[in-house]
Design a protein around this ligand. Structure first.
Ligand code: SF4
Ligand code: SF4
Length: 495
């Protein structure tokens, strides 16, 4: 449900005549983003049983309708923003399960994100987060930090069953499974135009012929005898070209995700363009209430990316969290900044609309707009057992869950129980200050993976990957994690 539709719903339910103000205790009170959603809740409790935090902390205060009650009281000045309220709102995993369960799709996640901005204003952003967000906004410094980390790898980390753990435990990091480090990031290795070498014999896209009405399908579509792949003659004058928005975890840690996407695009005869000055999407800062750092990154990205779009068929994002940021949360963040700081973001909201028209999660675009699905159908089947975890940002926010599964058809897919429940990543605060909560949710996910007997677990999200790898390591689950793009690229490489 959009904030606009909440406006009218909230007004009708509260009997409010003026859409922006209510009279509470004889004082005119400005109705903001938080209160509009809170006033619309009918307390039906449909959201409660599936709430991630409620499943481990059986207290209605930490449940969607509990949050909405608290937020309503806070926004009306009946409840102080004290440490208990701070603790409650920081315990939400922002998984959006409640939004999908609520008959009115009330945006509980958006409300929590909004309150976290007030928390950050009142209590400040902890030093470790300020340092992290500073690094995420300074690519040159972060490149250096990761390169140094790579060279000191053997001193810092030890290998245990193929997973890296810190040698020296401190705080919550003790025994954590750590993400891999690379000497050079994806964006340091790849930049600008990367032309496909397969354009002349392109196993190409039926969608091309639909999109380009000049093409006569009878003349241009031909069967390819070798492996019966329907092929369209290359159109060197107008090759397809897509941009890649890589995301920080794939840029620095899981570089093979981007490399796999390049291999797939190359195989499809599609040129790739990597915008070298792309910035972090701002998710870590946004989920921590640091709205200023978030919107600074959003605006830098919009100023840089939008002018590039006219030359691109699409902008592909191989990470669910980053894709959901661009397609959903950037709008929320710009709205919150306008409400809290009175900044007019109309120009950036308009740029964002242009960006959204061409932005897709990678699996969605490859599935819907190319012949990849058909090409994979002709490939050799693998006996490798895999299971798929649905990232919340993919399944619940972007409604993407069939596409990656279809593209993984060459593997023996065994669904785990509760594949769409949250993995327990939850963001920087949960991973650092509330790691015990992340562990409890992660343990359940690890057990479901173990029960599936899969050799490989896959999900189109590197934040889920970090959390699931850590959970599997703690629970001695031997499955390995691969991004669906890595599995698809491997499948294409097999004859
Ligand atoms: S976003 Fe997830 S954890 Fe937070 S209230 Fe909703 S269901 Fe619960
Ligand atoms: S499902 Fe929606 S309306 Fe019902 S209690 Fe939860 S948030 Fe309120």
């Amino acid at each position: 449900m959009s904030v606009d539709s909440i406006n009218s719903l909230a007004n009708s339910q509260s009997g409010v005549q003026n859409s922006q103000n209510i009279v509470f205790k004889n004082v005119e009170h400005k109705v903001g983003i938080m209160e509009k959603a809170a006033m619309s809740c009918v307390k039906c409790a449909k959201c409660v049983p599936t709430c991630t935090i409620y499943s481990i902390n059986r207290d209605e205060i930490t449940s969607p309708r509990g949050y909405l009650d608290l937020v309503q009281a806070y926004s009306q000045g009946r409840l102080a923003l004290d440490l208990s309220l701070k603790n409650a709102v920081e315990s939400c995993f922002l998984c959006t399960t409640c939004v999908t369960q609520c008959p009115m799709s009330l945006p509980v996640d958006f409300v929590i994100e909004r309150v976290r901005v007030d928390v950050a204003k009142k209590y400040g952003i902890p030093l470790y987060k300020r340092f992290l967000f500073f690094l995420l906004g300074k690519r040159s410094v972060l490149n250096l930090v990761f390169s140094l980390g790579f060279y000191f790898n053997p001193c810092l980390f030890k290998d245990e069953n193929g997973r890296k753990r810190l040698r020296f435990g401190f705080g919550n990091l003790k025994n954590r499974v750590i993400t891999p480090l690379n000497r050079r990031s994806f964006l340091q290795r790849f930049n600008g135009l990367i032309e496909s070498k397969n354009k002349d014999s392109m196993e190409s896209n039926l969608q091309d012929s639909i999109k380009n009405e000049k093409l006569d399908s009878k003349e241009n579509i031909e069967s390819k005898s070798q492996d019966s792949i329907i092929s369209i003659e290359s159109n060197p004058q107008n090759p397809r070209k897509v941009g890649i928005y890589i995301g920080c975890l794939s840029n620095y840690n899981y570089v093979n995700v981007g490399v796999s996407l390049l291999k797939i695009l190359d195989r499809l005869g599609i040129d790739a363009f990597i915008p070298g000055k792309q910035e972090c999407c701002g998710a870590p800062a946004f989920f921590s209430g640091d709205i200023k750092n978030t919107t600074r990154l959003i605006k830098k990205n919009l100023d840089y990316l939008v002018p590039l779009l006219s030359d691109l068929d699409a902008l592909l994002v191989p990470e669910a969290t980053c894709a959901a940021m661009l397609l959903s949360d950037w709008h929320h963040a710009l709205e919150i900044e306008s409400e809290v700081f009175g900044i007019d973001n109309a120009e950036y909201l308009s740029k964002l609309e242009s960006l959204k028209k061409k932005t897709f999660m990678a699996s969605k675009w490859l599935h819907d707009f190319t012949r990849l699905d058909s090409i994979l159908s002709k490939r050799k089947k693998s006996q490798t057992k895999i299971t798929y975890h649905d990232p919340c940002h993919a399944r619940k926010v972007l409604k993407i869950f069939n596409e990656p599964r279809n593209l993984l058809k060459n593997y023996a897919l065994k669904e785990m129980a509760e594949s769409s429940t949250c993995c327990g990543f939850g963001g920087v605060t949960i991973q650092s200050e509330k790691y015990d909560l992340a562990k409890k949710i992660g343990d359940k996910k690890a057990w479901h993976i173990a029960e599936s007997n899969a050799e490989i677990v896959s999900a189109e999200c590197s934040a889920c990957r970090m959390q699931i790898d850590d959970s599997m390591g703690r629970n001695n689950v031997n499955a390995t994690f691969k991004h669906p793009l890595e599995l698809i690229a491997e499948s294409l490489e097999k004859t």
